[in-house]
Design a protein around this ligand. Sequence first.
Ligand code: RP5
Length: 170
Amino acid sequence: MSAHAASSQPLVGIIMGSQSDWATMEHAANTLRDLGVAFEAEVVSAHRTPDKLFSYAEQARGRGIRVIIAGAGGAAHLPGMCAAKTSLPVLGVPVQSHALNGLDSLLSIVQMPGGVPVGTLAIGKAGAINAALLATQILALNDPALHEAIEAFRSRQTETVLASPVPGVI
Ligand code: RP5
């Protein structure tokens, strides 16, 4: 997957350790798209392309990125190393691994030493969706249109739940 950007200046950078992470991280991309947040998405591996990780993290702020969402699985060093090289907020998504169901990913991402924070979300799809929502909420602090988009999302979600009957109960 090469970098792909929404039409306007990307504000959120989605990075992931491997193409195999896209099945999870596309949920972040789809959520941002639905909310009208411009983003870019790119494979950046802490282990296989460490120099690219450093240059991505060092240049992101200057390119106009405001929040980075980093997803990785297994020995998931990508979010932490990215956070070490930028002062932008970094949100980490633990990708569900085959060997340990993502517990390895979660612990690798969440257990950062004091001083270098990574906002760690849930394992897998829920984490990817919530990373996108949280990134949008951060951007919405200074963007009334995005605040409206978040409020509308919450209202739709509430209406959907209230309109859903319990299966088998009349
Ligand atoms: C990590 O290793 C990636 O984030 C991915 O979740 C995992 C497996 O990568 P592949 O072997 O599928 O490329 O770096």
